[in-house]
Structure formats: structure tokens, C-alpha cells
Write a protein that binds this ligand. Structure first.
Ligand code: GLV
Ligand code: MG
Length: 314
């Protein structure tokens, strides 16, 4: 897979229990930007070691198209982390793009994964640095240290919020993680979203929201995605194929936004290049370099979604 695809905004990031060959096979056909085969919480302790070869074989021999392919390993408090990395990296081949480290609590945990990855890559004959890291923030300690965590390794590609574990870590009186809580006057995760987003953006990472566990409620999912999208998140996990179109849609600009962004770029280009001005009126608004930066983001995301500019009408 080209570096370019890997760097594009990831809207839908699909979770697959790695112990289930049927789900692993099915995930290859989904219209998702990224897929992660799980060795952590969706796999029972007695199934974990048996899931590793299922995952490695599927990565090596499956057809993953241009999806980013990732494996979520077990966290550093378990007995599996190092062995997960070594077996997965040495047996999956070059199609493995990343590992996901759950429940990250310190920069040192990312550095430790980075060092084990380096040896596993050499052992596997892969270029050093081939495998990226995704880090999940899902405990109180992880959130406190998120700024150092996001700066801990050049392998880091994304930072992810894990609402279910986070709710447990904070002892929130909820039984379903990552859904709206109508009794709370506002968004109970607003601070968490912003803190993770800022730490991620300051370090050039993609920022992803975790699972929405009410998998049959598409309207509630759409509403929840919109909150994260408006703050600036790149995408969200999907747990069920029915969640994929909703996530892809919400995290992509509409055709109207895409066309509007192109018009801003054209007007700004004409002002700066043609007329030598830094700021210019665009309809009722003034636009300048900051407007160009915002518009570029819409265009990149629109292109990611396959949008093509509508024929010019004016
Ligand atoms: C995801 O891992 C979560 O805990 O929400
Ligand atoms: Mg979790």
C-alpha cells in the first residue's frame, strides 16, 4: 500500500475480532479506510494465542485493497504484548501497516512498543520503521499523559479515544460506553475529546473516536459522529457493517462543501497570484490564508471520499 493512502484521513476504522476467521474474511470486502484485527478485548483470554496465526495468515494472504491494515495487540499490563508483536510482525509480511496499542498510559509504553517493533522488523526482513503505531487513550492516567504519549515516537500515526474503557476507568455510572447521556447537560466527553484532539494535532497525528456500542441505532450514531467531526476528529470506529456508510458520510464533506472549498481556493489564488492581495472579499465574507488552509482540508477529505468538482456554473 502506498504511503499516500496511509496518510489520507481515515474516516471508518473497522474492528474485527481476530479469533473469528469468518469476520476476518468479511472485513476485506467492507468499504472502510482502515481495519484492525483484534487480539485484545473482543478475544477471550484462552483464544488469544490461537488468534495470532489466524490474523497473520489473513494479513499475508488476504485481499485488503488499499485499506490501512492494523492489529490491536494486548496492553502492557498483560503477559501477551511482546509475544503478540513478535508473532504478528514476523508472520504477517509487509502488508501489515500498523499495530494498535490499547490502554496506553505513558510515553514509555509507546517507546517500549517501538523498540520491540524494531527488532521484530529486522527479524522479519522489513525496513525499520515500516510499522506504525496507533495509541488508544482509555484511562484517566492515559488522558493525563496524552501530550507526552502523542510525542513519544515517530511511528505514531493516530491517537484514538476509547470511551468504554475510559468510562470504566473514571467510574462513570454508565453501562454502555460511547453513547449520548441525556441526563447530562452537555457532552460528558467534551473535555476528553478536545484534550486528545489538541495533543494529536500538535504532533501531526490523525485523531479517531472509538466505538459506538448501540450498533443498531444509526440515528444516534450519526448524531454522535457529528459531535466528533465538528470538533475536528478525522473518523470513528465501526463495529458492524451497517455503521460504515454512516461514518463515511459524516466524516466526508458534502458535495456543496467540497465545491465551496474549491471556489475559495480559486478566489484566493486569483487574489494572491493575480492581484497581489493577501485578503479579498468572497461573496459576503473576507478570505485570507487561514481560509485557504480550511478549504484545503475540505478538498483533501472530499477527494478521499471520491468527490469530483461539479461543473462550474459561474
Ligand atoms: C475501546 O477500546 C473502548 O474501550 O472504548
Ligand atoms: Mg478499550
Amino acid at each position: 500500500m502506498s504511503e499516500r493512502t496511509r496518510d489520507l484521513p481515515r474516516r471508518s476504522c473497522h474492528a474485527v475480532p481476530g479469533s473469528n476467521p469468518r469476520f476476518v474474511e468479511k472485513a476485506q470486502g467492507l468499504e472502510v479506510d482502515m481495519v484492525f484485527l483484534d487480539l485484545e478485548d473482543s478475544v477471550a483470554p484462552k483464544e488469544k494465542e490461537g488468534a495470532r496465526p489466524i490474523i497473520a495468515d489473513a494479513i499475508k494472504n488476504g485481499d485488503w485493497g488499499d485499506k490501512v491494515v492494523c492489529v490491536r495487540i494486548n496492553d502492557w499490563s498483560t503477559k501477551w504484548t511482546v509475544f503478540d508483536i513478535i508473532e504478528i510482525v514476523t508472520k504477517s509480511g509487509e502488508r501489515l501497516d500498523e499495530i494498535m496499542l490499547p490502554k496506553v498510559e505513558s510515553a514509555a509504553q509507546v517507546v517500549a512498543a517501538d523498540m520491540v517493533l524494531r527488532q521484530a522488523e529486522i527479524q522479519a526482513g522489513l525496513p525499520v520503521g515500516h510499522i506504525g503505531i496507533e495509541a488508544q487513550i482509555e484511562t484517566a492516567r492515559g488522558l493525563i499523559n496524552v501530550e507526552e504519549i502523542c510525542a513519544a515516537s515517530s511511528r505514531l500515526e493516530t491517537i484514538i479515544f476509547g470511551p468504554a474503557d475510559f468510562a470504566a476507568s473514571m467510574e462513570m455510572p454508565v453501562l454502555t460506553g460511547g453513547v449520548q447521556i441525556p441526563e447530562y447537560p452537555g457532552d460528558h466527553f467534551h473535555y476528553v475529546f478536545n484534550k486528545i484532539l489538541m495533543a494529536g494535532r500538535a504532533n501531526g497525528l490523525q485523531v479517531i473516536d472509538g466505538p459506538f456500542l448501540k450498533v443498531r441505532d444509526q440515528d444516534a450514531l450519526r448524531d454522535y459522529c457529528m459531535r466528533a467531526r465538528i470538533l475536528g476528529f478525522d473518523g470513528k470506529w465501526t463495529l458492524h457493517p451497517d455503521q460504515v456508510p454512516v461514518v463515511n458520510e459524516v466524516f466526508s464533506p458534502t458535495q456543496e462543501q467540497f465545491d465551496h472549498a474549491w471556489k475559495i481556493l480559486d478566489a484566493y489564488d486569483q487574489a494572491t497570484e493575480g492581484e497581489g492581495k493577501g485578503a479579498v472579499m468572497f461573496g459576503e465574507e473576507m478570505i485570507d490564508e487561514a481560509s485557504r488552509k480550511m478549504a484545503v482540508k475540505f478538498v483533501t477529505r472530499g477527494e478521499r471520499a471520491g468527490r469530483v468538482r461539479s461543473p462550474k456554473t459561474d
